[in-house]
Design a protein around this ligand. Sequence first.
Ligand SMILES: Cc1cc2nc3c(=O)[nH]c(=O)nc-3n(C[C@H](O)[C@H](O)[C@H](O)COP(=O)(O)OP(=O)(O)OC[C@H]3O[C@@H](n4cnc5c(N)ncnc54)[C@H](O)[C@@H]3O)c2cc1C
Ligand code: SF4
Ligand code: SF4
Ligand code: SF4
Length: 367
Amino acid sequence: MKTFADLQQEVIQKGLCHRCGGCVSVCTAVNYGALGFNEEGYPQYKDVEKCIECGVCYMVCPEAAYEEEAFMKAVGWEPPAGPVLGVEVARAISPEIRQRATDGGVVTALLVHLFKKGMIDGAVVAKRISPFQVVPTLVTSPEEVIESAGFYHDVSAGLQSLSETYSTFAPSFEAMRPAMVEKLRRVAIVGTPCQIHTLRKMQYFNISPSETFYLLLGLFCSGHFNFDEAGRKKIEELGGFKWDEIAKINIKDALIITLQNGEVKRIPLSELEDLKRPACKFCEDYSAEFADISFGGIGAPDGWTSVIIRTPKARGAFADARRKTIEEFPLEEDPKLIDKVLDIVKKASEAKKEKANENKKKCLGNG
Ligand SMILES: Cc1cc2nc3c(=O)[nH]c(=O)nc-3n(C[C@H](O)[C@H](O)[C@H](O)COP(=O)(O)OP(=O)(O)OC[C@H]3O[C@@H](n4cnc5c(N)ncnc54)[C@H](O)[C@@H]3O)c2cc1C
Ligand code: SF4
Ligand code: SF4
Ligand code: SF4
């Protein structure tokens, strides 16, 4: 049985760890303190003697490829962008949600609907405390879901944290602990593709608390960026603005920054490669291929969200929310929009896989 010692050798030391936190969260001996995180958020042995060598941490790691073939078959994975049952371009009906949201507010509107219908009693989301800083949060009401939508700049929090390293990454597994403590029965989880991959593996291997996962909602992801002082300076120079002028952030095919005076700055993602977290350079998943349902802004008109429905469970949930909390884009205005969105997502997925393999060959000597 492979253990955390193998994860250290095969994943962490090679720079492939995404810091999703899955291995620490599922560790059978975590209450003994066998595993923990180091200062940079990477998993590490806290006390190797307490490891009972159960192998669960190795099973769930998205980079460890444990029983990969059987897992991929079970989830019906297909190249290049994972399973696709349907594609939608949609937005929240509520103007309040749309105003707070990153794109069309569909993630928030779907969660609100699931709460109102009693289909979930908790959701793991990320609360933004400044444009580049998010904290994972367990919410238990539609009001709290709406509060955690969006990308708005909190000036006071931003200034307070000016000396810290900003990150767009939210270690969402941390927020699952309160869900376990509160004994929630059905939890929806919003996460990045790497986090969703780990959660799906937990489900596949029946690792607790995956019996409580009701729906896995994935966000498209080009990469997560760390903005330390030098990084922030670079962004200011590239965009020609000051950090504290930022009102809103979005990531589509570029980093899109809206200033408080309404001006919009677009910084090509290719300019930000050196600010990417190291593991993101080797990541092959653009569209959260292991989610029940995935969301992104790419391909959709401004103020709308591109949605990929991947499982029958998500199809049912989305259909039930239609015309209640979610409205679809009027396709008579652009009859080819759905085909275009799918095409763009497939191309972005292929490009991410190619780049990851190139980087792996360059840095690790394999592909
Ligand atoms: C760092 C990052 C990179 C992205 N890159 C791309 C990209 O390259 N291309 C693209 O098309 N789309 C990308 N997206 C997705 C896009 O920004 C929107 O999140 C998506 O379109 C859904 O929009 P919405 O208005 O429907 O969601 P909303 O209704 O605004 O809801 C968004 C939900 O996501 C949660 N959330 C926010 N940030 C995080 C985080 N870091 N980790 C976990 N949960 C979070 C919020 O709490 C909220 O519940 C990225 C998102 C993030 C956070
Ligand atoms: S106890 Fe199990 S899950 Fe925890 S570190 Fe050891 S092998 Fe991994
Ligand atoms: S990728 Fe996630 S599961 Fe794998 S070693 Fe890193 S934190 Fe643990
Ligand atoms: S690119 Fe996104 S999904 Fe991939 S490792 Fe980075 S944060 Fe995770």
